[in-house]
Ligand binder design. Sequence first.
Ligand SMILES: Cc1cc2nc3c(=O)[nH]c(=O)nc-3n(C[C@H](O)[C@H](O)[C@H](O)COP(=O)(O)OP(=O)(O)OC[C@H]3O[C@@H](n4cnc5c(N)ncnc54)[C@H](O)[C@@H]3O)c2cc1C
Length: 455
Amino acid sequence: MTAPDWALLDKHTTGALLRPGDAAFADSSTPFNRRYADRAPAAVLQAADRADVMRAIDWAREHGVPIVPRGGGHSYAGHSVNTGLVVDLRALDAISVDPADGRVTVGGGVLTGALYAALRPHRLALPLGNGAGVGIAGLALGGGSAATSRKLGLTADTLLHTTLATADGRALDCDRRRNPDLYWACRGGGGGNFGINLDLTFQAVEAPAASTCLLLWEAEHAPAVFDAVQRLMLTTPEETSLRLGVATSGRTGTVVSAIGLHLGPAADLRELLAPAFAAGTPLRAEIADRDFWDAMDHLQHDTSAGAFAVRTHFATRPLPAAAVDAALAHLAAWPGSDNPDGCGFALFGWGGAINRVHPQDTAFVHRGAEYLVSLDTSWQEGDDPGTVAANLAWLAELDRLIVPHAITGAYLNFTDPDLRDWRDAYYGANYPRLVATKRRHDPDGLFRFPQSIGS
Ligand SMILES: Cc1cc2nc3c(=O)[nH]c(=O)nc-3n(C[C@H](O)[C@H](O)[C@H](O)COP(=O)(O)OP(=O)(O)OC[C@H]3O[C@@H](n4cnc5c(N)ncnc54)[C@H](O)[C@@H]3O)c2cc1C
């Protein structure tokens, strides 16, 4: 092992090697979640092509420098920034679509918004999620839930092939026939664990017709709306996906929302939502037919979210009224912060096509739930440590109220660095097989970060 020779890495790569103070350094290394804004690597390689990625892996192994790939930088836990070498993959941005068979191949740094735009002219759809700046590799490797997932499955469920650059410096084809252990692990095992995915090929389908809804209620309707909409979420067809949430901030007060996508006409969606209207008159109700991609655009959000923490669970049954009441009372006691995003909790519709895959057929184990429950709070970088601590304690207490009504599990893509039992929560019975795969392909743990497999 020798001291890092950055000049050598620079000499053998085409892309820019950035050091702290360089103009583009922050853009290539700052985590989306400002909770980790003070985390900075020793250097960033803006990989120009696949060869740069391979050389960076060889160099990092030979010099004993920790290496992490960075796609969209949206890891909730800042896992794409370490203190060693970050490989910024965003120049690996090629997208090719075969309209004849719907196979779509993306470079390892392609972002969600770009892929939606590339699919549109071909009238093809993939389940891709709501963050335009989210990296496709990061999304797919951790599962990838979308408003279309109840019908089309997780992003990972549509993965046909990936080329993975591994710790020993090889680029491996991974699919059903070749390196099936890695192919299995890349469908839910999580980004950054097994190597750097140079490209990923997905099976797209013809884009269906779509409609969307946005219903907002005042806080007084929250108990009745939660009761009605949670039950509705159990009975709607898999063409329909709802996100039921309640949020509060010092500035906006408390708002209850049901945001949804229906792969069918708005008239049907309006009819399906009748129990939600009966639970309380919304202060705003928009239900509209949309072109599929307009619907995706409508559901996109990529705000500058400041600093935040999120805790997740899976549930098979609606949260009982007493738990909803307790959580709502807890929301009213939010300690506050300077972040206008405030705090809240939400239930995302799960089930349908997601649950038709056996839990052991891919690394993504959470195949029996009806809801993904997400609890969150936020603050700003400038908030004092007392405010941050109060927000984290508040989130832990909200979690305590919800845990009795959840099944074991947490959603890896909503990464929670404060989760103590993360191995079981993220991976359940699939964890030992993931560890065995990791030991086979990265025995020395070149790719390691907090919560990496085998750590
Ligand atoms: C605004 C926002 C919206 C979101 N919406 C959704 C959603 O709708 N559905 C959903 O499921 N999730 C969603 N997420 C979560 C998101 O899917 C995960 O945070 C995802 O891991 C981010 O990927 P990234 O490339 O943007 O982030 P990064 O931080 O760059 O990467 C995340 C992890 O993947 C690794 N990684 C990145 N690229 C590669 C690669 N090519 N090869 C190997 N490892 C790689 C990184 O090292 C890191 O460990 C959202 C997050 C945000 C902040």
